[in-house]
Design a protein. Structure first.
Length: 51
């Protein structure tokens, strides 16, 4: 699931700053992404067949 850096900035995640770099625990990222994915609506797609 591709996520932009702007999206990550909007998510409330624990961040540590080390040597000028922001570090976020990997499990926190996966947990936040799983919640977002579970909350997303399921949309049906595909071509309609005329008949």
């Amino acid at each position: 699931m591709p996520i932009s850096h702007r999206t990550l900035e909007a998510w409330r995640l624990p961040v540590q700053h080390v040597c000028g770099k922001a570090l976020v625990p990997t499990m926190a990222l996966f947990e936040a992404a799983a919640v977002k994915l579970a909350e997303a609506p399921v949309l049906m797609s595909g071509r309609r067949h005329k008949g």
